[in-house]
Design a binder for this molecule. Structure first.
Ligand code: SAH
Length: 394
């Protein structure tokens, strides 16, 4: 197969020689041919040396690299990459275990598949393309996925309407590529969840908080818990299993709250310790009393782009300041940021300012991040996005 060839400016090959998987448009000297967004292209250095093959896209990232060696990007290629990813999840004891069938199978660059995310919920894979190239390859990828997972996989739901950068004439309606209508109950560390991948946020669940939820369980005994930005209740069930006295779950989305209630019934039918509120976070925090001694703050990404970073940091500071002001003495705060553009240092600084504003004595107990099924490719540090702090507030 003949591909268009992308030639880099002199010296611009360095990041590729260090296996960084993106080619920025500013690094390109010339293109041999007229690639369309999503096409496979080969990348060459100024001296004509082959560097990589990847998906072409329009925008500041011009190529997302699939291989640093010449390779045929076909069903066998996807099968190989997905099977490496699956083996890793087995090593992590996430796949093929009785008390867990919820995990991220493919984490984009972290699994050497830039632009592709696949989350597993019991026998359903939810597949999300973040690049047109991955969108074009979706049927091949779906076949490869079935080859790797075999009978463990019954449904593949493709959900990319909200994640594809360029939508014109792609025909990218969300829908099943394999199987169909099912209401699946997934299990995470022995706790059950309905996952609504069709209408829910992201792929239907926030798989990346699994380990942080487990940690919370250890601190929950006899505490009054506020799970702010609860979505479908993830942290709440761990708190209940951990022996919390009361658990209040808050989210501005009524749909999320109704799923939270359904999930409580699934795990703790009729348990009076839990209550859920569909309310705005800031309103709830301003109006609440000083009753909680375990608070979780897991807001949506306040900054999606670098240019709104300042506002985002203000947002984190303001949010955490109310929590510091209201949490009971001896309280524990789990606070997170999932904004990729907010660095660990910046987040910590925002939380530090909030703590200082309250004047209370605050200690860092744990520094949290994303779990191992969201691996960070060492050559692509941008893949690290989830940050959390567990704080003891006197
Ligand atoms: N902690 C959750 C994930 C949180 S995602 C889990 O473990 O699954 C962020 C959530 O914040 C979303 O559910 C979104 O509906 C909610 N949200 C966004 N803005 C909000 C606001 N102003 N007040 C309350 N909730 C909000």
């Amino acid at each position: 197969m003949e591909y268009c060839k992308v030639f880099l400016k002199p010296k611009k090959e360095e990041s590729l020689l260090r296996f960084h998987p993106w080619v920025f448009s500013g690094a390109i000297q010339s293109i041999n041919g007229k690639p369309e967004e999503g096409d496979l292209v080969e990348v060459y250095g100024a001296n004509g040396q082959f560097l990589a093959i990847g998906h072409f896209q329009i925008g500041s990232i011009a190529v997302r690299v699939l291989s640093f060696k010449p390779a045929s990007i076909d069903e066998a290629f996807w099968t190989e990459r997905i099977s490496v990813a699956y083996e890793l999840r087995k090593i992590l004891r996430l796949a093929g275990t009785a008390n867990n069938d919820t995990f991220r199978l493919v984490h984009g660059e972290g699994d050497n598949l830039p632009g592709l995310v696949i989350d597993m919920y019991a026998r359903t894979a939810v597949m999300q393309a973040h690049s047109v190239g991955m969108h074009m390859a979706r049927h091949q990828i779906a076949k490869a996925l079935k080859t790797v997972l075999g009978e463990e996989l019954q449904n593949i739901y493709y959900k990319s309407e909200a994640t594809l950068p360029y939508k014109a004439n792609l025909g990218n309606e969300d829908g099943y590529l394999l199987g169909g209508e099912v209401e699946d109950i997934a299990v995470e560390n022995g706790l059950k969840f309905y996952v609504d991948w069709q209408k829910g946020q992201k792929t239907g669940f926030f798989v990346d908080q699994r380990e942080n939820r487990s940690l919370l369980e250890h601190y929950a005994k006899d505490r009054s818990v506020l799970n702010m930005f609860c979505y479908t209740g993830g942290f709440s069930f761990y708190a209940m299993r951990g022996g919390a006295k009361v658990v209040h779950s808050v989210d501005s989305s009524a749909k999320a709250i109704s799923l939270t209630k359904k999930n409580v019934e699934l795990n703790f039918p009729g348990d009076p310790r839990h209550e859920a509120y569909a309310e705005d976070a800031f309103k709830f925090l301003e109006n609440m009393g000083h009753n909680y001694d375990l608070i979780i703050l897991d807001p949506p990404a306040f900054a999606k782009h670098k240019n709104v970073l300042r506002n985002a940091l203000q947002g984190y500071r303001k949010l955490n300041a109310i929590a510091f002001e209201k949490i009971k003495p001896g309280g524990i705060l789990f606070t997170f940021s999932c904004s990729q553009v907010v660095s660990k240092e910046n987040f910590r600084l925002a939380v530090f300012s909030a703590a200082a504003q309250s004047g209370r004595s605050v200690r860092i107990l744990h520094q949290l991040t994303q779990p191992a099924d969201h691996p960070v490719n060492i050559y692509h540090p941008e893949g690290e996005y989830l940050k959390g702090l567990v704080l003891y507030v006197e």
